[in-house]
Every structure is written in structure tokens, then in C-alpha cells.
Design a protein around this ligand. Structure first.
Ligand code: UD1
Length: 434
């Protein structure tokens, strides 16, 4: 039997030039799809990214009885009126982090939820104590039993909740549960990421009453029911940032279209420090890089700080920059696993605790590397695009969790990258690409 192992094969060295259109934000979509089941009427979601994580969540939603009608690859209509169970124990769901949004959504709507403990990228310990603390504050019992998170309540009542740390997931989950609670909830030290505002906007368009999303205090006045709506997801900040860095690393000239430039400010600022020209338009940014990148220092922080989901991409770019850079990862402790892979390509990176010290090298050279997680996988592809010779990036299944048609979009910008299913494909690509 032929063993299928999806890999990207890349011949590096082509500057990326042209336009790329960014899709809907994966992390917003995950919260939004969960929220959509809270109404008993049709909720139509547009600009949905067609990526593995959202498709897995849609399967889980269908599995519990909600009606899911795919209108086209980027539009789905969800109707939660026929949900027949609050137990989500689908094998797939364990693999995605955002399965936990079904906890908030089902608890809010039915006052009970049982969801397998979430999986997702292995980038460090990812507790959900703040989510549970929020549910308990709303009057629910919330415990982990037999590998499932079980939350239930006779009724939910609004409360004053202070998060011990800024958590995107806990902010969205508590918001989901609180919109149908009785009375007012004040959520302090809330995360401010653009996708939190997006989930709140969707919920408000379904009849919820949420104020302050995008600031660190969110005020929610509970309503009795939510109704149907049509809603379009914001563009993906991280997909956009990845293409911006791809342009920078290949000394290219790329216009990244269908973005909200304000959401990209931290990324644009770093690219400018590194010597790129970043030109902002209403809904696009153009990144031009004509010479070798300069070193810089960066620390990942909650929004509006530099996103942890862009840390591997900037680190890979800095591995080719002039001078020594320091990258501090302050959100997840295990997010430097790609560094050993990058070293195989000639990079000089030393990791001490949560700081990577990167001494820029003149060139990277192609090698066989393996994607350890979603964003690091994308970063290794960028390294391959900038490296001399051929790079094979294994375990592309991680990359497909969050990037739609990644190789195709890169090819349209002039990259030499293909998906290979086996060694024979890899050899054929290398022969043809000579
Ligand atoms: C979300 C994103 C992920 C991104 C991360 C930070 C989704 C589906 N995923 O993940 O891509 O990298 O935000 O921007 O949107 N923490 C606790 N207890 C909790 C919750 C979090 O200790 O109950 C800690 C985490 O271990 C981490 C930090 O808080 O150190 C931030 O995590 P959080 O913002 O919750 O990340 P996720 O929602 O899992």
C-alpha cells in the first residue's frame, strides 16, 4: 500500500511579487461557528476560511444535530434548532483547540455542556482554568470528568468576573455563556484581539447586548434568546502577516489584499524596523524589501502587542537578518520547537528559557524539515522560500489547519512550491524544477 505523507517541496530563491488575497480569520471563525448554534434560526456566515480547523468544528456541530448547509466553500448556514445532544465527544474535536467554544455556547443555550478536553497545537501547557472559573462565576458547576469538561447549571446569572491572565479563549467562552445569562456580566482583564470584537459583533447581530469588546472591560446584559443573522468574518491577521514576512524574506514586493491594516500594526512596525517599506492602503498593505533585513528585538504580547502566532515567522526572518536579535515568547512556553529544524537549514539560534537569541546568517540552505505545529510549519515554508536549494517540509497537515491553499497562493506570487504525496513526487519535482 502506498503511504501518503503530505509534504511541501520548495525550491528557494524566487522573490515573491504580486498580489495575494487574504481569507477570513480562522480564530474568529471558530468562535463564530460555535456562537451560531445558539440561535434556533438560520445564521449565515460569510468569508469563512475553508481550512481544516473550521471544517472539523462544522463536523462536530453537525454531529450534535445542528443543521449545517454549505452554500459555497466560504459561506455556511447553521441552524441550531434541532440540536439533540449537548455531549460533544467526536474523535476529531479533540484535535482542535476551539472545541472548547462549544462549552460556552451549549452551556449558555441549554445550561449544560459536555465536551472532550481540547487538543490543538502542542505549543505548551494550555490550561482552561479561567474558562471554568468564568462558568462557575455565572453559577454553573464546571469540572473535568473522564476526559470531558462537564458544565451545568439550573440557571446562569450575570456576575463580575476578573480574569487572572489575559486569555483569548476564556474571554470568548465566557462571553458566549453570559449572553444568555440573567442580568449583567462584567468581564475584566479581557483579551482585546480583533477576533474577540468579531465574535461580539456577530452575537450582537443575533440580538445579544455586549459592550466594550476590544477593550479590557466587556459588559454583557443577558438576553432571553438569540435570533438568526447574516455575518461576514474579518480578514485573517496571521495569514496576512505570514505573507508580509514571506515578501520580506524573499526580498519581494507583495500587496496583501482584503486586510484591516490597523490589525497588522505590530507586524508592520517590526517589518519597518527590519528595513522593509510597508505601505498601507484602505484594505491592503504592500511590503517591499530590497536589501538584507536588519536585526530587531521582539516580545510576544496579547493584542495590540506582537502576536505569538507570528513569532516563528519573525524568528525565521531574523535568522537571515544582519546582526543579533532577541525574540521573547511570553505567551506559550513551548513555542521554539522549530528551532532545531531551522538549524538544519544553517540558522544560528540559541534558546534559553523563553528567549531565542538569533545571530543572523548570510544564507539558509535547503534541508528536509518537519513542521512541529501550525505557525512554525508556515515559518519553515518561508525559510524554504528564502533558502538556497530544495527544502522539504513534512507534516503539512498542521499547516492545512489554518492556511487555505497556502502553496497555491505562494505559487501565484512566483514561489516554486508543490505538495508531494510521497518520495517519488519529491524526486519528480526536483527533476522538473531544475
Ligand atoms: C488563542 C488562539 C491562538 C493564539 C492564542 C494567543 C484560538 C483558537 N487560538 O489560543 O492561536 O496563539 O490565543 O493569542 O483563537 N491560560 C491559562 N488558563 C486559561 C486560559 C489560558 O493559564 O484558562 C494561559 C495560556 O496557557 C497561555 C495564555 O494564558 O499562556 C494565553 O492563552 P489564550 O489566550 O487562552 O490562548 P488560546 O485561546 O488557547
Amino acid at each position: 500500500m502506498r503511504c501518503v505523507i503530505m509534504q511541501y517541496v520548495i525550491k528557494g530563491g524566487n522573490p515573491l511579487v504580486g498580489d495575494v488575497v487574504i481569507g477570513g480569520a480562522k480564530n474568529a471563525a471558530l468562535g463564530i461557528l460555535a456562537a451560531a448554534i445558539m440561535a434556533d434560526e438560520d445564521v449565515t456566515i460569510e468569508n469563512l476560511p475553508d481550512v481544516r480547523d473550521t471544517n472539523v468544528l462544522l463536523e462536530a456541530i453537525e454531529d450534535i444535530g445542528a443543521r449545517v448547509r454549505r452554500i459555497d466553500p466560504h459561506t455556511v448556514c447553521i441552524n441550531g434548532s434541532a440540536i439533540s445532544t449537548v455531549r460533544v465527544n467526536n474523535d476529531f474535536i479533540k484535535r482542535i483547540r476551539a472545541s472548547y467554544y462549544l462549552l460556552g455556547a451549549l452551556l449558555g443555550k441549554y445550561k449544560r455542556a459536555e465536551v472532550s478536553l481540547p487538543g490543538g497545537c502542542n505549543i505548551g501547557s494550555r490550561p482552561i482554568d479561567q474558562h471554568l472559573k468564568g462558568f462557575r462565576a455565572l453559577g454553573a458547576r464546571a469540572d473535568v470528568e473522564y476526559g470531558m469538561v462537564v458544565a451545568d447549571a439550573l440557571h446562569l446569572a450575570g456576575n463580575h468576573i476578573y480574569l487572572d491572565m489575559v486569555s483569548v479563549g476564556a474571554t470568548i467562552n465566557i462571553m458566549l455563556a453570559a449572553v444568555l445569562a440573567e442580568g449583567n456580566t462584567i468581564l475584566e482583564n479581557a483579551a482585546k484581539e480583533p477576533h474577540i470584537v468579531d465574535v461580539a459583533n456577530l452575537l450582537n447581530s443575533m440580538g445579544a447586548n455586549i459592550k466594550g469588546a476590544g477593550t479590557d472591560v466587556i459588559r454583557i446584559r443577558g438576553v432571553q434568546r438569540l435570533h438568526g443573522t447574516t455575518y461576514s468574518i474579518i480578514p485573517d491577521q496571521i495569514e496576512a502577516g505570514t505573507f508580509m514576512f514571506a515578501a520580506a524574506m524573499t526580498r519581494g514586493d507583495v500587496t496583501v489584499k482584503n486586510v484591516i491594516p490597523r490589525h497588522l500594526e505590530a507586524i508592520s512596525a517590526k517589518l519597518k524596523e527590519m528595513g522593509c517599506e510597508v505601505i498601507e492602503f484602505d484594505d491592503a498593505v504592500r511590503v517591499v524589501c530590497k536589501s538584507r533585513l536588519h536585526y530587531t528585538h521582539v516580545k510576544t504580547l496579547p493584542y495590540p502587542g506582537f502576536p505569538t502566532d507570528m513569532q516563528p515567522q519573525i524568528s525565521v526572518a531574523l535568522s537571515l537578518a544582519e546582526g543579533t536579535s532577541m525574540v521573547t515568547e511570553s505567551i506559550f512556553e513551548n513555542r521554539f520547537k522549530y528551532v532545531d529544524e531551522l538549524a538544519r537549514m544553517g540558522a544560528n539560534v540559541k534558546v534559553e528559557s523563553n528567549v531565542a537569541v538569533i545571530s543572523g546568517v548570510n544564507r539558509l540552505t535547503g534541508a528536509d524539515v518537519s513542521a512541529p505545529d501550525l505557525r512554525a510549519g508556515a515559518a519553515l515554508v518561508l525559510a524554504g522560500l528564502a533558502a538556497d536549494g530544495y527544502t522539504v517540509v513534512d507534516e503539512t497537515k498542521y499547516i492545512l489547519r489554518g492556511y487555505e491553499r497556502f502553496d497555491e497562493k505562494l505559487r501565484l506570487l512566483g514561489a516554486c512550491i508543490y505538495q508531494a504525496e510521497d518520495e517519488r513526487d519529491v524526486r519528480r519535482f526536483k527533476l522538473e524544477a531544475v
